[in-house]
Design a protein around this ligand. Sequence first.
Ligand SMILES: Nc1ncnc2c1ncn2[C@@H]1O[C@H](COP(=O)(O)OP(=O)(O)OP(=O)(O)O)[C@@H](O)[C@H]1O
Ligand SMILES: [Mg+2]
Length: 250
Amino acid sequence: MSALLEVNGVTKRFGGLQAVSDVSFSIGEGEILGLIGPNGAGKTTLFNVVNGVYKPDKGTINFAGKDITKHPPNEVVHLGLARTHQIVKPLQDMTVLENVTVGACFGRDYLPLRQARKVALEVLERVGLAPRADTLARSLTIAGKKRLEVARALAARPKLLLLDEVLAGLNPTEVSYMIGIVRDIRDSGTSVFMIEHLMQAIMSLSNRIVVLSNGQKLAEGCPEEVARDPQVIEAYLGDPDIAEKLGARN
Ligand SMILES: Nc1ncnc2c1ncn2[C@@H]1O[C@H](COP(=O)(O)OP(=O)(O)OP(=O)(O)O)[C@@H](O)[C@H]1O
Ligand SMILES: [Mg+2]
């Protein structure tokens, strides 16, 4: 498995706070890499550094053989790296189809409108939103908005898709549906890097898992290894949401 993404010694500070400290890992083609860690561990910040929202204070990021460390998100998406946002912000007064068409227009290729619309329709089928194509984004439920967020990113036709808590706020039926979507994305050849608090889901989906705590990489390995790592268990015991997380494992 050749590395698609290589993150080498990345550090990101906000004033005196070191949100991400000297983190290194790689993602192979066709792989799902899970990213877990307590609230405030630096997971979203790491995504923001990888896709160019922030420049790291130290370290480098290589994607598909290119150094993308200083590339802004619009260039990174053009190279085939797309992401979803933890707090979904669809263009509320546009329809579902229009939102996803925008994603296709400004994706890996700058597609003309007609072609972008075609890609958007295909993606909406894949995430089960085709029947809602003409619905205004604002009237979707949270589950619908999460799927729209995935569809918008998928319409960019990424080689690597970053998913930031796409299962948060979903009921068990919706969670199962979204897990199916993520598997389908991986099976269709797109690598996935996903942040998730829902342990059962991330453990079953990921080929490997990276654990962050206080900005540092605490552990990395296959799900079984990581789940029984004493340092990982300790990091989670220090987290106030532990009851919820352990509950999700049962
Ligand atoms: N733009 C910013 N300016 C200042 N501090 C920030 C900024 N973004 C994040 N932080 C801080 O960096 C730390 C890591 O935040 P981050 O959002 O990356 O955590 P997270 O692991 O995604 O947490 P959660 O699981 O709650 O989403 C936190 O202490 C947060 O308050
Ligand atoms: Mg986050």
